[in-house]
Design a protein around this ligand. Structure first.
Ligand SMILES: [Zn+2]
Length: 219
């Protein structure tokens, strides 16, 4: 799962309107941000195997911390707590929403990944393997983003021209990234993969912040 993670981020303001979109864009990839750090540190491991699944060349054979069920729950709880501590309004609801957005990452990974998600220490690995079916996996990613966009447009309104077009710019950038991901060369190394992933997450978080500046909650 790549751009599909942003579906829950776009839909989440329908539940709690005080949480900025940039925080939700960061939250839904927080588990992968920590993953990128642990890959660079050599603590978690990935092999790049072209054709490993139809959709992704990543053999994510060792990620017992960020992508295990207890690890994902703990990271999501930590991020929700951090949000609750720094937020000025609706701290509890906002913290829960951010934690939920972060954990949605693991649930969506569970649908698409090969069995590489550890359920508990020493336990079995889970993953329903939808990445083996390219049309279905791609359809799910696109559908999640479009559904999220519909929610986002319903609960926010533009302050001006940029705010009117920006949600569509965001989604166009996501679709372009998905096309590059599918058609481009696989990354040359695990380090390159980790660095580019984290850079993309940060840029998308910045683009979401522009949506926050140019749109406001609908009353
Ligand atoms: Zn992930």
């Amino acid at each position: 799962m790549f751009i599909g993670h942003y579906g829950p981020a776009l839909a989440a303001p329908a539940l709690v309107r005080t949480v900025p979109l940039w925080a939700l864009f960061f939250a839904v990839q927080f588990i992968d941000v920590v993953w990128g750090v642990l890959i660079l540190a050599g603590i978690e491991q990935v092999r790049i195997v072209p054709g490993f699944t139809a959709m992704s060349p990543l053999d994510l054979h060792h990620m017992p911390y960020t992508h295990s069920l207890p690890g994902a729950l703990a990271l999501s709880a930590l991020l929700g707590l951090a949000y609750g501590l720094i937020a000025r309004k609706a701290r509890l609801a906002g913290g829960l929403l951010v934690a939920g957005a972060s954990f949605s990452h693991w649930l969506l990974d569970l649908i698409v990944h090969a069995p590489d998600l550890l359920l508990w220490p020493g336990g079995p690995m889970a993953g329903f393997g939808l990445w083996d079916n390219l049309p279905l996996a791609l359809g799910l990613e696109v559908a999640l983003v479009l559904a999220g966009l519909i929610f986002y447009l319903r609960v926010t309104q533009a302050k001006g021209l940029i705010g009117r077009i920006w949600p569509f710019v965001l989604v166009a950038v996501l679709f372009a990234l998905e096309a590059i991901h599918l058609l481009g060369e696989p990354p040359a190394s695990a380090e390159e993969l980790a660095m580019t992933s984290m850079a993309v997450f940060l840029v998308l978080t910045g683009l979401a912040a522009v949506a926050d500046l140019t749109r406001k909650p609908r009353r």
